[in-house]
Design a protein around this ligand. Structure first.
Ligand SMILES: [Zn+2]
Length: 256
């Protein structure tokens, strides 16, 4: 793995290889070290605006995510777009924006690009997607479990709701679960400062801890940002534009 550059394009092929499903077309590469971990389920957590530098700054204030990274991997992953919708479409499809063509929310509804939740579900694997309402609507009727959260509520309420719905979904033992947290990004867009951004990250971190506890053994956790902060005082103005990409395994449950 030495010297390999990582990208958000690698997330979908890594999920496909762990779940043993066929992602017929991709612009990325599976992160093959993960294949040796013996995982059979995947939880993908997308944290809006979790740039690599931002993660390094937040890390001392967090518990669950750094613990996962310590036993797993923390990678610097190259981004594909400075905008949420095309970046998330890349995470979920393994395709460059010019290949998936999803540039805004309307495009996401009309697109014929097949993403990893649909492929997993079509391959007979129970799949859950918990995200903002528009995004979740795209999957309605195509996968087993969808949870949509209105964009209009406060960042804290949004992420608490994502957490609650994710825990509910994980109790149904999906093979693939995708959850999307918005609090950091929303706090930035509301003009809030570093203290509030840290608090938003801590809410997400505590929820990741709960999801980790609730997940079955042999679950691969993938946590990533979609782009670095793109507004406000902490905005990243110069490249390289990279996000945090964390991979780790759920805890082994203690025997009786
Ligand atoms: Zn975003």
């Amino acid at each position: 793995m030495a010297g390999r550059l990582f990208s958000l394009l690698d997330v979908a092929p890594t999920i496909a290889s762990v779940l043993g499903i066929d992602l017929s077309k991709t612009d990325g590469h599976s992160i093959d070290v993960v294949e040796k971990w013996g995982c059979r389920n995947v939880v993908l957590i997308i944290i809006d605006s979790l740039g690599y530098d931002l993660y390094q700054w937040l890390e001392p204030q967090l518990e669950s995510i750094p613990a996962l990274a310590r036993d797993g991997l923390l990678l610097r992953a190259e981004t594909v777009s400075n905008h949420t919708t095309p970046a998330i479409a890349t995470i979920l499809s393994g395709l460059l924006p010019e290949h998936h063509g999803i540039l805004d929310k309307a495009g996401a509804k009309e697109s014929s690009t097949i993403s990893i939740p649909e492929i997993a579900s079509a391959s007979g694997l129970k799949t859950a997607v918990i995200m903002e309402q528009n995004g979740a609507d795209v999957y309605q009727g195509l996968i087993e479990i969808t949870g949509g959260i209105p964009d209009s509520i406060s960042p804290e309420d949004f992420d608490y709701e994502v957490c609650r719905m994710t825990l509910q979904a994980i109790a149904q033992r999906p093979r693939l679960l995708v959850a999307y947290f918005i609090g950091i990004d929303k706090s930035v867009h509301l003009g809030r400062g570093p203290k509030e951004i840290k608090e938003a990250a801590q809410i997400i971190d505590r929820c990741v801890g709960k999801i980790l506890c609730a997940a079955e053994e042999q679950t691969l956790f993938i946590i990533c940002g979609d782009h670095p902060i793109h507004a406000g005082g902490l905005r990243r103005i110069k490249g390289p534009f990279a996000v945090a990409l964390i991979l780790g395994k759920s805890k082994e449950q203690d025997g009786e």
